[in-house]
Design a protein around this ligand. Structure first.
Ligand code: ADP
Ligand code: MG
Length: 624
């Protein structure tokens, strides 16, 4: 079959009798009977251990999302658990008379404890996130360290929270007439909450918001230019992580029936990070594996080392640290990452899976397009200075719908500087840029993505371990609206199907229809460039800005790219490309704008440019 031709009817496919379950579905199916039976057959102390693992796994799950998936390091997870655990413990033990009259009903109510615990955790996370998440790099880890430390001392010093001795005498949990007073009954509650959180997290990651969160690690500039609000995606991951910690704190208080500052120290915050990293970076099930692994390893070392060494002491901490270093070196993706990879290899999923398993969905609404020949983009006297250097001087041109304009010039001519201003990454020192008649200089790249201006990058920017289809779906981000809650509860399926169908449609349009489920990183460079164009097309643009699209491509790849651009032009797209490669440009574009030293030296159809003496001297003489 010709590449890119979508086979419409899945009829030829053999009928599949087994229900299609995702790997996580199979894990759940296998886990449920084991979990149901565990409290019935295990001795109580092991059930208690499993309860702790469940609570740790819940908190770790938050870190898998925050650190593993979104790439933000937090040392504060234990402190968040502490806030919720203390709120729960306080309300469970306080007498109604000690609370202000309107709040007296909260005394002894587990649900009030849950609500207050979660609200407090989320409120603190909101403030901490607002302060640190806009700043780059190290502010979040440092902020969470500071918050973890100060909270630990605060717990120890507050009289009404029992100071260093903590709060004891928490009554057994009773919910809707069910008493959770034994490890065995608590087990079901804890693991039910954990599994629900796991499913919600899996759902979240497999959605529009999930793609925005997954793009945070290594793809922020790209996703912003596709209209993704990175700050919001970060905040979402941070709040979900805090929410899981809050839930874990509530369960902790009712499992231990006693809270004190020690378990919520910075050290504990570090332990949770270890659990997340050992379990698997970005692997949802890794939270469970990591929590269990670390808990068991610590237990064994504590029991084993004194025998081996013949003396007692905190040797387990040292050996544990060494084990972690070793494990990280051997399995950088964590245990779950390693398992996932092994299975992936076993299944030998063909990289060119056909697109038949995607149901057709109603097309997304489209924006009104400009008429052919209408001016879409206009630069008027654009000047950009860097100190004394004038990188662009008085640049003026326009691009029309159904036309390809190339901006060319030797290295250092100022092309990238111009491109950045046109794509709203940078703004002119003076002059105006108009898009469909409106001034856009000074607007954000994110705002322009919504208006119909889409771009590609000089150095391909995609998420290499994400599928081709999902990478392209990021381009359609602004054409959907469903949020976190809808995603977690799977209420976003109709919209998600439309977004994915649009991504597939664009991939078929550019001729990558047979690579939908391949990892984007496995494509050849030429295909990755074309993937970027499909992603840009997903935003339903009327202008494509392409930054050196032919750079690094082989001859045939260049030809395929040129064919695609010609096709898009014939459909009425306005295309501006910045290009170094003269040969590529000459056979393809309608007009050429030539720059040197930041200034225009020639402009016109390729035939006249090719023979222009100024161009020949400045440009062609310079290369080859
Ligand atoms: P091209 O893309 O055509 O090779 P550029 O736009 O990258 O050219 O660069 C044009 C000139 O502007 C160069 O002299 C470059 O050093 C300078 N320049 C580009 N960006 C900056 C910046 N952010 N600060 C200072 N000078 C810059
Ligand atoms: Mg450049």
């Amino acid at each position: 079959m010709k590449p890119g031709v979508l086979s419409k009817t899945p009829a030829a496919r053999p009928t599949v009798s087994m229900p299609r379950l995702s790997p996580s579905g199979w894990i759940l199916l296998a886990l449920l009977p084991v979990l149901a039976a565990a409290p019935l057959v295990l001795p109580t102390y092991q059930v208690t251990l499993a309860n702790n693992i469940g609570i740790f796994a819940l908190a770790t799950l938050g870190l898998v999302l925050l650190t593993g998936v979104a790439g933000m390091t937090s040392f504060g997870q234990a402190a968040f658990i502490g806030v919720s655990a203390y709120a729960t413990a306080y309300l469970a033990t306080v007498s109604a008379a000690d609370l202000p009259a309107p709040l007296a009903w909260m005394a002894g109510s587990p649900l009030a404890g849950l609500a207050v615990g979660l609200l407090l955790t989320l409120a603190i996370a909101t403030v901490l996130g607002a302060v640190t998440l806009r700043l780059s790099g190290h502010y979040l880890p440092l902020g969470t360290i500071a918050w973890g430390l100060s909270l630990f001392y605060l717990f120890g010093n507050l009289e009404f929270l029992g100071g260093h001795t903590g709060l004891s005498g928490i009554p057994a949990l009773s919910l809707f007439g069910i008493a959770f007073d034994k490890a065995e009954t608590l087990f079901y509650l804890i693991w039910a909450v954990l599994l629900l959180a796991v499913v919600a997290t899996l759902n979240l990651l497999d959605s529009r918001v999930g793609r925005a969160i997954r793009a945070l690690r290594g793809g922020q500039r790209m996703s912003e230019s596709m209209g993704v609000d990175s700050f919001r995606a970060k905040m979402t991951a941070f709040l979900v992580a805090a929410l899981y910690a809050g839930l874990a704190g509530w369960l902790y208080a009712y499992t231990q029936r006693f809270v004190s500052p020690a378990p919520f120290s910075l050290q504990a915050g570090i332990d949770f990070l270890f659990m997340a990293l050992i379990g698997g970076v970005g692997q949802v099930w890794g939270a469970v594996i990591g929590a269990a692994g670390v808990t068991f390893a610590k237990q064994w070392l504590q029991d084993l080392l004194p025998h081996l060494l013949g003396r007692t002491g905190n040797f387990e901490a040292i050996v544990f640290g060494l084990l972690i270093v070793l494990l990280m070196q051997r399995l950088p993706g964590g245990i779950a990452g390693w398992i996932a990879k092994t299975f992936e290899r076993r299944r030998q999923r063909p990289a060119t899976l056909e697109s038949m398993d995607l149901p057709d969905a109603e097309p997304l609404p489209r924006r009104p397009m400009p008429q052919k020949g209408e001016v879409v983009l206009e630069a008027k006297g654009v000047t950009r200075r860097f100190g004394g250097l004038v990188a662009n001087r008085d640049i003026s041109f326009s691009v029309r719908a159904g036309e390809i304009l190339a901006v060319i010039g030797p290295n250092g001519a100022g092309k990238s500087t111009l491109f950045n201003q046109l794509s709203c990454v940078d703004r002119p020192t003076s002059g105006e840029i108009l898009f469909r008649g409106e001034r856009i200089d000074g607007r954000t790249a994110r705002a322009m993505a919504g208006a119909g201006l889409s771009r590609s990058f000089q150095h391909v920017k995609l998420l290499p371990t994400m599928s081709v289809l999902e990478n392209v779906a990021i381009g359609a981000h602004l054409r959907g609206s469903k949020g976190v809650a809808a995603a977690a509860l799977r209420l976003d399926r109709a919209e998600e199907a439309r977004l994915l169908a649009e991504a597939r449609r664009q991939l078929v349009r550019v001729g990558l229809g047979q690579y939908l489920h391949a990892e984007a990183g496995s494509l050849a460079l030429g295909q990755q460039r074309i993937l970027e164009i499909a992603r840009a097309l997903c935003a339903d643009p009327c202008l494509l800005l392409l930054d050196e699209p032919a750079a690094g491509l082989r001859f045939l790849e260049k030809q395929a790219l040129a064919e695609l651009l010609v096709k898009l032009r014939s459909e009425g797209m306005a295309i501006l490309l910045v290009e170094h490669d003269m040969d590529f440009v000459m056979g393809l574009v309608d007009r050429v704008y030539v720059m040197e030293f930041g200034e225009r030296i020639a402009e016109g159809p390729p035939e006249t440019i090719q023979t222009d003496p100024a161009v020949l001297e400045a440009y062609l003489g310079g290369i080859e």
